[in-house]
Ligand binder design. Structure first.
Ligand code: TXA
Ligand code: MG
Length: 327
């Protein structure tokens, strides 16, 4: 497996060909790096699960290059889902929809619905378009990390996570650092109203705005605030997105601990400052790499003070809450 830094059109073509041959290709998206396989190739998809050490019933997101390809994978698409797609694709949003026959059990974990996303990253879109022009239908790609670990936001982090498990014929495309830094918003579109299953950079507020509704309307509430859900999104497992170090939320760090907080919060003496982002956007973008650097430095404990304002506040808190959980 090699990291390929200079992603020219001919490299992208080779990568699309590798996918068609059943190899794995890790690639950048605007959220995090994905570990891609041909979404119609059962053997290739099985390797994703092996490499990640991921349970088989955890469904994968299928990436496509445009909304035009949506009905290959999804059926009974409600109007509101089309509206979401038109407003937020390409972008950090995954829609869960009833599946067509193309979305087999090995993609959906046996569920009758499928997760679809059009990423907003030029390398990802070029790879998808080339792959589709060679007869492919979509690229299945979970985050390119070991199950339960932090998602990688640069190519080196993919290599550090997966180098022992990828084969020489697999590829890692280096497209620099991911712009958003945390995973896509997942929206369940299998009932009469959209429900946010995982918060991300497409926020509840943004969703409400396109439908001209108010925050108080219960039906649009984030599902993670509710008790019951029909659709399973295993990324909602309590312990997830976790570094090796223990993560403490909102505590003032003490000597020897790592610290991540907005830049105006001072670093106490003897504390290792891992990141000092200026705002919530920069916080999301640098968070996972900062936690990884804590692990590289051998820190046992990292205190993170999440931002208390900004559009990404909720998504950052959601991930950190899972990082901090010891379950
Ligand atoms: O930003 C992202 O979404 C990244 C990039 C690579 O696109 N991908 C990503 O994939 O985060 P993954 O597999 O690490 O997390 C996807 C989450 C999982 O928790 C999975 O359970 C949920 O999406 N999911 C996928 N398909 C689903 C489905 N059909 N029904 C319910 N949840 C689904
Ligand atoms: Mg993941």
């Amino acid at each position: 497996m090699a990291i390929i830094s200079n992603c020219t059109a001919s490299i992208i073509k080779d990568a699309a060909f590798a996918l068609k041959q059943g190899h794995l290709v890790a690639f950048p998206t605007e959220t995090v790096y994905g570990l891609g396989a041909d979404a119609t190739n059962e053997k290739a998809v099985a390797r994703i699960y092996e490499v990640k050490g991921r349970p088989k019933d955890h469904p994968l997101i299928v990436h496509i290059s445009s909304i035009e390809l949506l009905d290959k994978w999804a059926t009974e698409i409600p109007d509101y889902a089309i509206k979401l797609a038109r407003n937020f694709w390409p972008g950090p949003m995954t829609l869960i929809l009833p599946r067509t026959g193309l979305a087999r059990d090995f993609i959906t974990g046996g569920q009758d619905n499928v997760g679809i996303r059009v990423p907003a990253n030029n390398f990802a879109l070029a790879l998808l378009k080339t792959f589709e022009s060679e007869g492919g239908y979509g690229i299945a790609a979970p985050s390119a990390n070991k199950f339960g670990a932090l998602s990688p936001t640069n190519a080196q982090a993919v290599q550090d996570e997966l180098e022992n498990d990828l084969l020489p014929s697999d590829l890692i495309l280096d497209g620099g650092c991911c712009e958003v830094g945390i995973e896509s918003t997942i929206i369940d579109c299998t009932s009469d109203k959209p429900e946010i299953l995982r918060p991300g950079a497409v926020t509840l507020n943004m969703v409400e705005n396109i439908f001209n509704i108010k925050r108080s309307e219960e039906s649009y509430m984030s599902a993670h605030m509710r008790n019951s859900r029909k659709v399973l999104a295993p990324g909602m497992l309590i312990s997830h997105y976790a570094p090796k170090a223990r993560v403490y939320l909102g505590q003032t760090p003490i000597i020897g601990q790592g610290m991540i907080a907005i830049d105006h919060i001072k670093t106490p003496l003897g504390v290792v400052r891992l990141a000092a982002p200026k705002n919530d956007l920069e916080f999301a973008k640098t968070l996972y790499e900062a936690l990884r650097s804590g692990d590289r430095q051998g820190l046992k404990e990292i205190c993170v003070i999440p931002p208390n304002k900004g559009t990404l506040k909720e998504a950052i808190f959601d991930r950190l809450n899972k990082s901090a959980s010891s379950l």
